[in-house]
Design a protein around this ligand. Sequence first.
Ligand code: AMP
Length: 488
Amino acid sequence: MNQTTSFLDLGLSQSSLNAIEKLGFTEPSPIQSSAIPKLLKGHDLIGQAQTGTGKTAAFGIPILESLTSHNNFISALVLCPTRELALQVSKELQKLVGDRHFIRILAVFGGDSIQKQIKSLRDGVDIVVGTPGRIKDLMSRKILVLDQVKMAVMDEADEMLNMGFRDDMEEILSTIPSSRQTVLFSATMPPAIMELAKRYLKKPLHSKVTGDVVTNASIEQSYYEVSIHDKPRLISCLVRQFGMKSVIVFTNTKKAADETVQTLRRAGLKSDAIHGDLGQSQRNQVLNSFRSGSLGVLVATDVAARGIDVSNVDAVFNYDIPMDREGYVHRIGRTGRAGKTGKAISFVSSSGDLRKIRGIESFSRVNMLKKSPPTSKEIRASYVNQMTLLAEQVGTQEEYKHHSKLAEEIIESGVDYKKILAYYLKENCPLDVVDTSHVVRESKSSGGGRGGNDRGRSSGGYSHQGGGARKKSFRKAGPKGNFKKSRT
Ligand code: AMP
């Protein structure tokens, strides 16, 4: 991979450099260093990178560099699998526009007013970012005309194929002049993607985040052996132990998603589910409360979670091990984003699950740490910790003034407030320990306990690097060339 270390080396316009500086990016991410020069030279490109690596700017900066004035036609098209991703990409592009106020960007996707989109298109747009279904719809109405497109990007191409957009994508690409530059970004490269690339890209160059590593090194990946019955309880224990504010729990079925929500709510955690049975407005409602932080635990099936763009997710739980290895890569890419660290925690309930974990480990070249659930002592310590933080938070804040006064009156009245506290704790702080002994016996064929145990020997897995304030920069590091976000 190209060893470029500064945005200046990439030969970008002053407008791009100013916008990048304003965004606080100090250096290009590895995918940017590799892809931007190739795209600026006009090559077709296959980029292997997942969300969180800076891939949007990797293709977005070259798109914007190619525009020098506003035209009455669409110059660039970005295809995305979901409305959320289309919005996220268009917002990121908008931020990179800087002082090039002539550039018009429009996101088009189903579920949003088509009339509004038609009006914007009639007013003139330079870059369209959208989902294949809505783009085809607008094309069939002759509102969206792609005969002047110079650059076509397929973002998260593997997801688009998984979602059954293959025919739509091919139809759209075949209406764009073949002189175009074509870019395909995908987190994984299954044969279907390579076939697509072969058909629609001309002598493409390749950019990969790293040699073999496909998951982000800022994500600590671990697993717990736990019986199916104890999974929700273990989630609530871990959320509390690590003081997690925002987590996504993935289940393989809608039924498991709904049941998990019920159990987590009973354990006092604010949680809600999104899955295929929800209407768009319900789904948006749940996602908005998750984004705003008022909902701490989002339980989701894979399909429903596609394109979710939330940057502060502390952890992703694989309540069920995903059906395939690519699915795992996508799921855990929801955490450890934008320079932050995250946890990916998988639950293993059978030797079959353990075999899947070993498969994922070898696919993503990572050793997962086998962890033990918190002990009774650790659970108690985490509550003491939480209460200390809570007291600090309440402090002298105005909003607690009246209740602080009430608390004083209660204490002065001679009530045994320790008993009151015990009542509160009983309601809110479960003390049960999750027993995971003998849940799973690893068979010899499943790989022989390579992961080790966090209470025993070290696994050599990628571990959490610790906290601290971080600059918004990416840096290549690590023995396997995996990139890490730099920490200050
Ligand atoms: P993406 O992989 O495109 O979804 O980007 C993930 C996040 O990284 C977004 O919030 C970007 O704004 C941010 N980002 C992109 N490039 C850089 C960079 N060179 N340095 C720091 N942050 C970046």
